[in-house]
Design a protein. Sequence first.
Length: 486
Amino acid sequence: MDVAVVGSGPNGLAAAVTMARAGLDVTVLEAQPTVGGGARTLDLGLADGLVHDVCSAVHPMAWASPFFQAIGLERRVELLVPEASYAQPLPGGRAGVAWHDLERTVAGLGADGPAWRALVGALSGHASDVVRVALGDKRSVPTGLVPRGVATAARFGLGVLEQGSAAWGLRFRDEVAPALLTGVAAHAITPLPSPAAAGTALLLASLAHAGQGWPIPRGGSGAVVAALVDDLLAHGGTVVADHPVRSRRDLPDARCVLFDTTPRTLLEVLGDELAPGRRSALERYRHGDGAAKVDFVLSGPVPWEHPDVARAGTVHVGGTRPQMARAEAEVHAGRHADLPMCLVSDPATVDPGRVRGGLRPLWTYAHVPAGSDVDVTEAVTRHIERYAPGFRDVVVASRCVPAARMADHNANYVGGDIAAGAVSLRQIIARPTAAADPYAAGADGVYLCSAATPPGPGVHGLGGWFAARRALRREFGIRVRPLAGA
Ligand SMILES: Cc1cc2nc3c(=O)[nH]c(=O)nc-3n(C[C@H](O)[C@H](O)[C@H](O)COP(=O)(O)OP(=O)(O)OC[C@H]3O[C@@H](n4cnc5c(N)ncnc54)[C@H](O)[C@@H]3O)c2cc1C
């Protein structure tokens, strides 16, 4: 066999597709009975025929990803674009709304509209350059960035410095726009303000007004997995589920192995074979704060107090900027926040097909301390209820996966760290180590390709794509155009 890939998340499948399209014999080994890692859509048995996105649900990085663009994702998966990418309900029945349409957003933000246009709008007009900067391999100057995208890169960098520091409030006059941006920053699950959170915010906020915004795949995230698996099989690859790789003995005899896993798993499996320097660097890789998932079944839409919130594909339930910063600080200090940051998505907002027998899934997760075993269903319900009085009355069923249990269904989410590694400034740049090649694992033919490598978390397949391109060159001498054989 030419190539074994350990793990079938988006990055593992992206690596496998890239290698298979280069004509190699590829097998993907997946520990779980179901394929797709953080992009699975499953029937949790909560209501007849209802399916839930057990991890990712909303996909700005998928449409923007050069990997998914290269394999023509938009031809294979219908990405449904909500009228509003995301919304931020606020105390007193107010709300900030990031419409897909930038100018509508600016108009809705009143005195802070021009500030939003200058900070976020200016980047969304050059989204492909923002993607080159934020979703690159953090080691090379992205192709095509120079000279055209240099101004965007500089603008992005200055925005990170501003929104990642104590200066983050200077450009805003009201509390709605800063809260709207902070809801996005909170995706990093890290203290606020911080450069890592600011980078996350500017990338995702700029994508919200560009291309396909923050889309939801018809039928759920599993559609993305199905497209990748179909492509892999069509190019002769194989996927084996229920095959945890715990030691060298669980691996087939392959010239090259790519790990879509945490560095910790790589160390457990092949630690003895890695160069000592790389091994100790990987041992220093840090996991981050946690998330606890709550999947609800509802008898109707969430009764948001502000009607525009119901038009958003994603809702950040966290209140004002200071409230979110306090909640994230509590979590980082190892304590449960009274009002934890919650992410909420009702896919039926754009995909009525997700409703079955009048019931709909509601996807939520809350930020909690790493390793927390607390069932947060009541905390999430209470927090949503603050902005949607009567929410409790539409809840028919629910299921919580506490942070401590997240790794049961995906070993990459250690202690509920859904980013597969802390999102800190250091670990954004030196992810997983400061080595010149972040994918080479320190042993011949062995690579890491998961979200623990650049560009980091999200469904974009880029860690897999970048790692596979290096492995193709180095292990097989193949320098064909990436994804030849489409
Ligand atoms: C609750 C939650 C919500 C999220 N929301 C979003 C979102 O809306 N949008 C977004 O873009 N991203 C979101 N993410 C993040 C996104 O899902 C991940 O960043 C992405 O899936 C990472 O892809 P990956 O291929 O690196 O790893 P994963 O998708 O995590 O896949 C890793 C795979 O490797 C397998 N594996 C691990 N160890 C072994 C082993 N020893 N042997 C065999 N197999 C193994 C796992 O079972 C898994 O299938 C979310 C994640 C979670 C958990």
